[in-house]
Design a binder for this molecule. Structure first.
Ligand code: ADP
Ligand code: MG
Length: 205
C-alpha cells in the first residue's frame, strides 16, 4: 500500500462526505446541533488542500497531514477525535505498509479515540462503527484475506455498526444530553466513520 492509495483514500472520503453532507447534518439535527456534515465537509476540503499544497512522500505523512487538518478545521467533538485516529495511526504505521501493519496501526487509532472520548462500544458514537471495522480488519489478517476483500469486510462492519447505533441511547457527546430521546436515530459520527471505511474499500478495488 503506497502513498497514492492513502491520498486516494482521503480524496474519496471527501467526495462521499460532500455527497452525504446534508444527510450527516440531518442526523446531527435529530440528536445534536446540526453541524456534523458541514464540519466534516469543511475539514476534508482542508485535507485535500493540504495534500495538494504539500505533496506527502509517505503513507505516514498522508495520515499526519490529514489528521492535523481535521483537528484544525472540523471543530466540534468530532474534529479532535478524527484527527487523533489518523495521527495516532500514522505514529503506529510501519513501512512498507502491509495489510497486517495497516490493521494494527488502525486499531491504535481507534484505541486513541476511545481514550480521548472516553467512549466504549455501545455508547452510540463513532466508536460503534470504527471498532467493528478494526475487528473485521484483524480477522481478515488472521484469515489471510486479500487487501480488497479485507477493506470490503471492514466497510460492511462499519456500516452495520453505524446502523446498530439507531436503537442505542447515547452516553457520550451532545446526544447524551437527550437521554432516552436519543434512541431511534443513527449517530452522525458513526455514519461518517462508515463513509471513511467505504472510501477505503473503493480505492482498494
Ligand atoms: P459536536 O457534537 O461538537 O457538534 P460533531 O457534530 O461534529 O461535533 O460530531 C458529533 C459526533 O462526534 C457524534 O455523532 C459522535 O459520533 C462523536 N462523538 C461525540 N462525543 C464523543 C466521544 N466522547 N467519544 C467518541 N465520539 C464522540
Ligand atoms: Mg454537531
Amino acid at each position: 500500500m503506497d502513498t497514492d492509495l492513502f491520498v486516494a483514500w482521503f480524496e474519496e472520503t471527501a467526495r462521499l462526505v460532500r455527497r452525504d453532507r446534508d444527510r450527516l447534518t440531518r442526523l446531527d439535527a435529530a440528536i445534536g446541533d446540526a453541524d456534523h456534515g458541514t464540519n466534516l465537509d469543511r475539514g476534508l476540503t482542508e485535507v485535500r488542500k493540504a495534500l495538494t499544497e504539500w505533496p506527502p512522500e509517505s503513507p505516514v505523512q498522508v495520515l499526519t497531514s490529514a489528521g492535523t487538518a481535521l483537528i484544525r478545521r472540523v471543530g466540534g467533538a468530532s474534529g479532535p477525535l478524527y484527527g487523533s485516529v489518523f495521527r495516532q495511526m500514522g505514529k503506529a504505521l510501519d513501512s512498507p505498509v502491509t495489510l497486517a501493519g495497516f490493521s494494527a496501526a488502525f486499531d491504535e487509532g481507534v484505541v486513541a479515540v476511545e481514550r480521548l472520548g472516553k467512549a466504549a462500544p455501545g455508547d452510540k458514537t463513532m466508536v460503534d462503527a470504527l471498532a467493528p471495522a478494526s475487528r473485521a480488519l484483524a480477522l481478515a489478517v488472521r484469515d489471510g484475506v486479500g487487501v480488497r476483500e479485507a477493506f470490503e469486510q471492514a466497510a460492511r462492519a462499519a456500516a452495520e455498526g453505524a446502523r446498530a447505533t439507531i436503537p442505542m441511547q447515547a452516553r457520550k457527546g451532545r446526544a447524551s444530553y437527550l437521554g432516552e430521546r436519543s434512541i431511534g436515530h443513527e449517530d452522525p459520527g458513526a455514519a461518517s466513520s462508515a463513509l471513511f471505511m467505504a472510501a477505503l474499500a473503493t480505492v482498494a478495488s
